[in-house]
Design a protein around this ligand. Structure first.
Ligand SMILES: Cc1[nH+]cc(COP(=O)(O)O)c(CN[C@@H](CCC(=O)O)C(=O)O)c1O
Length: 305
């Protein structure tokens, strides 16, 4: 990822991609306290548009507040930095990664005395779980690793260090031929994927776990709105893994994963073992929204030009 042409927004300036380096004694590298966002921009008939940019910027700032990291820039400056990063790299469609991290003046658990740094990068990134995954669904396995205990990891913050848990779960299941991991919370209820929120459909009702132990996903929010607009009842509730086994349909949502059907969980076929009809309707509406094909959701688009 480091050796390519382009520009990265670094502490307020666009600098050449290859010069966006940090010192090995950077606090966040050692202790994992950093907050980041995953955002997508799509090519629409009216030009490149970033999907739900205000909501992503808000979550980024919430994360710095939760971790008491003093942001050196305003939401408006970060918003402009994101747009400038997309335009300076001449990207028509891309994945955007802002990160706020703690610098290298001093080590030790306390971050006091360190500079808070900001970087924003953008690059082309296709279907996160594969085109086949989007169309035919993926095979998911429940990980032996438990999702964060809500009072040890403050999950309203999308924090770098939390992804050790995600990496452990993902590599555990992919080593055994599955496409993605599902994690349970400390009481054994369904939490989320290693990088996605989970939905299931039963008897025409769309369910998703409440936000106690999972990330407050922006795609999750979008899909809940879309499902309601399509006339489905949407319920947030505690889900057990065998409720998902017995569901008619299931799918993951995320900026990277978009809407990816789950065709199997723990070697049990979900419904007919393929993308379900309600999943397909929601997925199509989601893609119509991000690609600017549905005026009802133009409110979610920020055009970069
Ligand atoms: C743990 C987790 N849960 C849910 C979500 C969905 O959130 P949202 O994107 O706001 O709908 C994501 C995003 N995962 C990001 C990281 C992907 C990566 O590999 O890095 C993403 O989708 O950009 C998570 O990381």
């Amino acid at each position: 990822m480091s050796d390519r042409d382009g520009f990265i927004w670094s502490d307020g300036k666009l600098i050449p991609w290859r010069e966006a380096n940090i010192h090995v004694l950077t606090h966040s590298l050692h202790y994992g306290m950093g907050v980041f966002e995953g955002i997508r921009a799509y090519k629409t008939p009216q030009g490149t548009a970033i999907f739900r940019l205000p909501e992503h910027v808000k979550r980024l700032f919430n994360g710095t507040k939760i971790f008491q990291m003093n942001m050196p820039y305003s939401p408006e400056e970060i918003t402009k930095g994101i747009i400038d990063t997309v335009n300076s790299n001449k990207l028509e469609a891309c994945y955007i990664r802002p990160i706020i991290f703690i610098g290298s003046q001093k080590l030790g658990i306390s971050p006091k005395g360190n500079t808070i740094h900001t970087a924003i990068a953008a690059w082309e990134w296709g279907a996160y779980l594969g085109e086949d995954g989007l169309n035919k669904g993926i095979r998911v396995k429940t990980s032996s690793f438990t999702r964060h205990f809500v009072n040890s990891s403050l999950v309203r913050a999308k924090a770098s260090g939390y992804y050790i848990n995600s990496i452990l779960a993902n590599q555990e299941v992919t080593a055994n031929g599955y496409d993605e991991a599902l994690l349970l919370d400390t009481e054994g209820y369904v939490s989320e994927g290693s990088g996605e929120n989970l939905f299931m459909v039963r008897n025409g009702i769309v369910y998703t776990p409440d936000l106690a132990s999972c990330l407050d996903g922006i795609t999750r929010d979008s899909v809940m709105q879309i499902a309601k607009d399509l006339g489905y009842e949407v319920r947030e509730k505690r889900l057990t893994r065998d409720e998902v086994y017995s569901a008619d349909e299931a799918f993951f949502t995320g900026t990277a994963a978009e809407v990816t059907p789950i065709r199997e969980l723990d070697d049990r076929s979900i419904g007919d073992g393929e993308r379900g009809p309600i999943t397909e309707r929601i997925q199509k509406t989601y893609f119509d929204a991000v690609y600017g094909r549905n005026d009802q959701y133009k409110k979610w688009l920020t055009y970069v030009k």
